[in-house]
Design a protein around this ligand. Structure first.
Ligand code: FCB
Length: 441
């Protein structure tokens, strides 16, 4: 099937169509109504860490404009919305008292979505850890697992019956590796040992939280979201092939093997040597809780080379404003591979999208490249379904332009354009296409 021909009715009737955001990237109101600082609030204050020197103080002002944004979401015709709770908004120091004003915000948001018939897919941790917990070592310290479990249980107790799914963590690899090993994301640490401890505690706290939340007797689907770029060797050279296998272990098998089989891959553990994760007896069984779904965030593929750095231009494919190759087949291949190697009950495409340099001219953003990207990845999702892979959702990243982490506001991923001076939202042509696609019966 050519991607141009993809239509909604080719998908199962109960397929979930959504848009996604995260708290820090859109909410703003960084210290309103008792919210505590998160690691990203602190990280933005360090000179040179954010490309445009910006921060999350205002972002998309979603904390104030949430009603308008719910209308925007409903207007697109999606049947689901994926967003995250800011932990320090509901528990300013991550371990003490609850902040009722913070919970009230999400309570209103959830009710408004439900009133419009929109499914609510909630993420507990999309990176904005309370700074007070980072002061105690953050994800690198085992104690954080208890704090996270308590927070997760409180959210589930209050909101669980109104939620269509709960995701514990968004992209543990990014939190741990970019945040604790490479230091380019919050909290800006450069230590492989701390990074691998962080991975372990993210996975462990995921398992602990799932056990605790399920203990409440909820029917809500529960799972985790991973960034799973498929890795290809840069050439047929056996050294490149070996490097690609190891890199695949570090980014995919380390997480999937732990979650699905309750063990870390031996080759990865050997490679890590003294930096291997601090596993305590019983941890792996806790991590491997049954999952209702695995969420997949897919943007591009990666190449591994043992020698010369690999050049994305050599593929000849279009490259986004992030420098990421556009490669929709990679999504089909990834979903098929996950199904074949791990048989998760259900896969959800929880993020997929692209940044391009947009131009707003006379109220129109003619973002053809993004429109093609979204359409071709929807078709790639369909191709996996046709091969028997249980895929249940597609969430476009993102509802609207927002704070793109270390890139600040310079990289625009939205289907909806945001003018950050006036906060005016304008549907880009990609949004209009998605709206039309969704209206097909
Ligand atoms: C993912 C993040 C999301 C967004 C996209 C572009 O890694 O989960 O918040 O920044 O990348």
């Amino acid at each position: 099937m050519t991607p141009e021909k993809i239509t909604r009715p080719q998908f199962p009737k109960n397929f979930i169509w959504g848009v996604a955001t995260s708290s820090f990237q859109i909410e703003g109101a960084h210290d309103a109504d008792g919210k505590g600082p998160s690691v990203w609030d602190s990280f933005c204050e360090i000179n040179g860490k954010i490309a445009d020197g910006s921060n999350g103080h205002v972002a998309c002002e979603h904390y104030l404009r949430w009603q308008e944004d719910v209308d925007l979401i409903a207007g697109l015709g999606v049947n689901a919305y994926r967003f995250s709770i800011s932990w320090p908004r509901v528990q300013p120091d991550g371990q003490g008292d609850w902040n009722e004003a913070g919970f009230a915000f999400y309570d209103r948001l959830i009710n408004a979505l439900k009133a419009k018939g929109i499914e609510v897919h909630l993420t507990l941790n999309h990176w904005d850890l309370p700074q007070a917990l980072q002061d105690q070592g953050g994800w690198a310290k085992r104690e954080v697992c208890e704090h996270f479990t308590r927070y997760a249980t409180e959210v589930a107790r209050r909101f669980g019956s109104r939620l269509d799914s709960i995701c514990t963590h968004n992209e543990p690899w990014v939190i741990a590796i970019l945040g604790y090993e490479q230091g380019i994301f919050a909290p800006g640490i450069k230590s492989r040992a701390q990074a691998m401890a962080a991975v372990h505690h993210l996975l462990l706290s995921h398992g602990m939280a799932l056990q605790a939340m399920r203990g409440l007797g909820l029917k809500t689907a529960m799972g985790i979201v991973l960034n799973l770029s498929p890795i290809y060797p840069a050439s047929d050279d056996p050294k490149d092939i070996a490097k690609a296998k190891l890199d695949d272990g570090l980014i995919l098998r380390h997480y999937m093997d732990a979650l699905m089989f309750g063990k870390y891959p031996t080759d990865v553990i050997e490679h890590l040597g003294a930096d291997a994760p601090p596993v305590v007896s019983g941890d792996m069984a806790t991590i491997a809780q049954p999952l209702d779904f695995v969420g997949v965030n897919y943007y591009t593929r990666n190449f591994s080379s043992s020698g010369n750095p690999w050049d994305v231009a050599s593929t000849g494919n279009l490259v986004t404003d992030m420098g990421w190759e556009v490669y929709p087949q990679g999504l089909t291949e990834l979903l098929c591979r996950l199904h074949q190697d791990y048989q998760p009950r259900l896969l959800l495409v929880t993020e997929n999208g692209a940044a391009f340099k947009d131009q707003l001219v006379d109220g129109v953003v003619n973002d053809t490249a993004r429109l093609d990207y979204v359409r071709d990845h929807i078709a790639a999702t369909h191709a996996a379904l046709q091969q028997g892979v249980p895929v249940g959702a597609y969430f476009a990243w993102s509802l609207m332009d927002n704070f793109e982490w270390a890139s600040g506001y310079a990289k625009r991923f939205g289907l909806v354009h945001v003018d950050f001076e006036t906060q005016k939202r304008t549907l880009k042509n990609s949004a209009l296409w998605y709206q039309k696609f969704l209206s097909e019966k």
